[in-house]
Design a protein around this ligand. Structure first.
Ligand SMILES: [Zn+2]
Length: 228
């Protein structure tokens, strides 16, 4: 169902390089965030008891590997590039992605709108492409591959759709990191949803326009592409 504010179409062209930066940062935050989960606390507690008062170098066993939080963390970032607008068509070309400082939790990420303003100043001073979009990740490694698809965990959440828009952001992208299913095949591309397999992960890329409160992967008014 077309839900855009205007009748026009928006095409988002994401460079391969920017897409990979989103994928890498989403996977890294999902897999190796330095949070202890309950199992880690148990391992660490048992090791501390075993070690007693001995210094670490004299302990009978090495410290245990610490397991990260159960779901990993979200990351957020700014995308820079160019916007070309004609009467019925907006084309957003994303060249680069950069991760911004954020308070990252398992199911949310808190960022400062000033990040985009500062980056816009710096990009302008450097005569480099300006911020045109934003992104955040959905770490879904705790969900079964089927759940990710059935529950559309790659879709912008209600909070995403209702939330504030970053300054300079013409589109907000969501990069989801999930496990592939056993068939290891990837779903066909839809206008508003792409899936790519990289290493052991499936990455889904979706997006939504500011002010649009509904999301559908088949909404023809927003098309996302990877590569120019
Ligand atoms: Zn989200």
């Amino acid at each position: 169902m077309p839900t855009s504010k205007s009748a026009g179409r928006t095409t988002v062209r994401v460079s391969e390089r920017a897409f990979l930066v989103m994928c890498y940062s989403a996977a890294e935050a999902a897999v190796v965030s330095p949070d202890f989960n309950a199992a880690s606390y148990r391992l660490l507690g048992a090791w501390m008891r075993e070690k007693g008062d001995l210094p670490i170098r004299r302990a009978p066993t090495k410290p245990p590997s610490i397991i990260v939080s159960e779901t990993g963390r979200e990351v957020a970032g700014i995308l820079t590039g160019f916007v070309k607008e004609t009467r019925n068509q907006t084309t957003i070309s994303v060249e680069s992605a950069m991760v911004i400082t954020a308070l990252c939790a398992e199911d949310s990420v808190l960022t400062s709108g000033a990040s985009a303003l500062l980056l816009a100043d710096l990009c302008e001073a450097a005569r480099a492409p300006l911020p045109v979009a934003s992104f955040h990740s959905h770490p879904e490694l705790c969900a079964a591959p089927r759940e990710v698809v059935e529950q559309q965990l790659f879709a912008p959440s209600k909070a995403d759709l209702d939330g504030p828009n970053f300054p300079h952001s013409h589109v907000a992208l969501v990069i989801t990191v999930a496990w592939p299913d056993k068939s290891r095949s990837r779903p066909a591309d839809l206008p508003g949803l792409l899936c790519r397999r990289i290493g052991d992960f499936n990455f889904y890329l979706a997006g939504h326009l500011p002010g649009v409160r509904n999301w559908s992967a088949t909404d023809p008014t927003l098309e996302i592409r990877i590569g120019y």
